[in-house]
Write a protein that binds this ligand. Structure first.
Ligand code: 4FV
Length: 257
């Protein structure tokens, strides 16, 4: 199913590069993805095209005005069709591969990019149906977050990635981090490509990749292992990693004076 994404922003030109290169460009050319860029300032009614104002209650910074934003969204997003209207903000639910897969199931999405201190709260009450954060840090605007969401969702659309199975092999797609990748040359500065990858033995290669995914997840994101779908063989391998770690620590304490 093709996906149409409307993006509401005060800086539409920021989207030039990311949406007009590489995979996102091809996704649009092949009709899997279409983007509507909407300048919120076009929906202001005063001659200065004012889209932000000082906060009630004082305090520094500016707040995006409710009227231009609501006018823009109501002019573009058809009401009652269940189109998610997503505000990008640090207060949103955290964006993950699972959320990307969820959003890739829609035919239409609307992304709202805040700026300055944020948007007037009545925007949330009147038109926002969902709120997403790309991480626990503060950006200057929601534009980069919107690009991240469009990129992660677009590559899940049928036919966008050359290898249709690629999304299923993604880091996080299977709840684990991805295994190491290698390509030519077979040796570089004395570093060899693991023999198994040159063996042509598909089953042994898959087993090696599964183990390396588990090893990397154990080393870097053990928290992911709690929810990852693991086979009995995966658990067996994890126990060996845990035993190795325990032995390593025991030896480390033995060596201490
Ligand atoms: C953000 C995030 C984010 C907050 C104030 C824009 C900024 C400014 N958006 N994930 N993290 N937004 O920091 O999505 O309005």
């Amino acid at each position: 199913m093709a996906l149409h994404v409307d993006i509401f922003t005060l800086f539409p030109e920021m989207f030039e590069g990311p949406l007009t290169e590489s995979i996102l460009k091809r996704a649009q050319e092949m009709g899997a993805l279409s983007i509507g860029l909407h300048d919120i300032r076009d929906y202001t009614t005063d001659r200065h095209h004012t889209a932000d104002d000082t906060p009630y209650g004082g305090g520094g910074g500016m707040v995006m005005k409710v009227k231009p934003l609501v006018a823009a969204i109501e002019a573009v997003v058809p009401p009652g069709e269940g189109v998610p209207v997503i505000l990008l903000s640090p207060q949103g639910r955290v964006f993950t591969q699972a959320v990307a897969q969820e959003l890739a199931g829609y035919g239409r999405l609307a992304l709202v990019c805040g700026h300055y201190e944020g948007v007037d709260e009545r925007v949330r009450e009147l038109v926002i149906t969902d709120e997403i954060s790309i991480g626990d840090y503060v950006l200057t605007g929601g534009e980069l977050a919107a690009m991240v969401v469009v990129d992660a969702v677009a590559r899940l659309l049928p036919g966008v990635l050359g290898d249709p199975d690629a999304p299923d092999k993604d880091s996080h797609a299977a709840g684990l981090l991805e295994h190491p990748h290698y390509t030519r040359p077979p040796q570089y500065r004395g570093l060899e490509v693991p023999e198994v990858l040159l063996s042509g033995h598909a089953a042994r290669i898959d087993e090696w990749r599964r183990r390396e995914s588990i090893r990397r997840t154990w080393q870097r994101r053990p928290d992911l292992l709690l929810d990852a779908p693991l086979t009995e063989a995966d658990r067996e391998f994890l126990y060996t990693l845990a035993e190795e770690e325990i032995k390593r620590r025991e030896e480390a304490t033995d060596d201490e004076p």
